[in-house]
Design a binder for this molecule. Structure first.
Ligand code: DX5
Ligand code: ZN
Length: 218
């Protein structure tokens, strides 16, 4: 429906059948794939790096939304763009020179996005919003799939949607963490454009049915 995008997070998929899982969510009608990169330092978990991203790129047809939950992401930008990131997302909390990092991602040819932890206010992004393609509002503390949605992030969505409107900007607003059929419709109405969902999709028996149900609620 309209311009709303659904981005399954592969974190919750069966990694022993990665290509099959990717094909299954693409055939189920997803719009992007969300890839969670964790380094064991910025977050207390580890996943995969640019090599696996490049392998995913070879078998996927939809854009890749790469979410870097790592320290010093500025050292890795080039590697992830080369690997095939379409959106490349850094955490505000892990970057000192955010303007520089965002501009660098653009120069490298990807779309810059910035993520906010649940406790970080959106106003810290005021002077960078005109340069980003997407803002990722985390609705759980990053690190793991299957956590409970933190409901006060709705205030950040409202602030971002208002700022976007008042300033004639067009960055996308994305939510990530605990997204399911109970909150997706309300978030959509408040202005969210991109919905990441890991466990809600991959723990369902029918990905297509789940994604179609989501779309009905948007
Ligand atoms: C959390 C990740 C999310 C996670 C979402 O650190 O950024 O992308 O996979 O999983 P669910 O939808 O299960 O909360
Ligand atoms: Zn994520």
């Amino acid at each position: 429906k309209n311009n709303k995008l659904i981005a399954p997070s592969l974190l919750s998929c069966d990694f022993t059948h990665l290509a099959d899982e990717i094909m299954a969510v693409e055939n189920a009608g997803c719009d992007m794939l969300h890839l969670d990169i964790m380094d064991g330092h910025f977050v207390p978990n580890m996943t995969f790096g640019p090599f696996i991203v490049s392998q995913i790129k070879r078998v996927s047809k939809v854009p890749l939304d790469v979410h870097l939950m790592i320290e010093a992401p500025d050292m890795w930008l080039e590697r992830y763009v080369e690997a095939g990131a379409d959106y490349l997302c850094v955490h505000q909390e892990s970057v000192v020179h955010l303007n520089r990092v965002v501009n660098r991602i653009t120069e490298l040819g990807a779309k810059p996005a910035v993520a906010l932890n649940p406790a970080t206010p959106p106003q810290v992004l005021e002077y960078v919003l005109e340069f980003v393609d997407m803002v990722l509002v985390m609705s759980v503390n990053p690190g793991f799939g299957g956590q409970k949605y933190i409901s006060n992030i709705i205030k950040k969505v409202e602030w971002l949607a208002r700022f976007r409107e008042e300033n004639g900007l067009n960055f996308l607003i994305e939510v990530d963490g605990g997204i399911n059929r109970t909150n997706i419709g309300m978030l959509s109405k408040k202005g969210v454009d991109v919905f990441v969902a890991g466990s809600a999709i991959f723990s369902s028996d029918d990905y297509k049915k789940t994604i179609e149900e989501f779309r009905e609620l948007l």
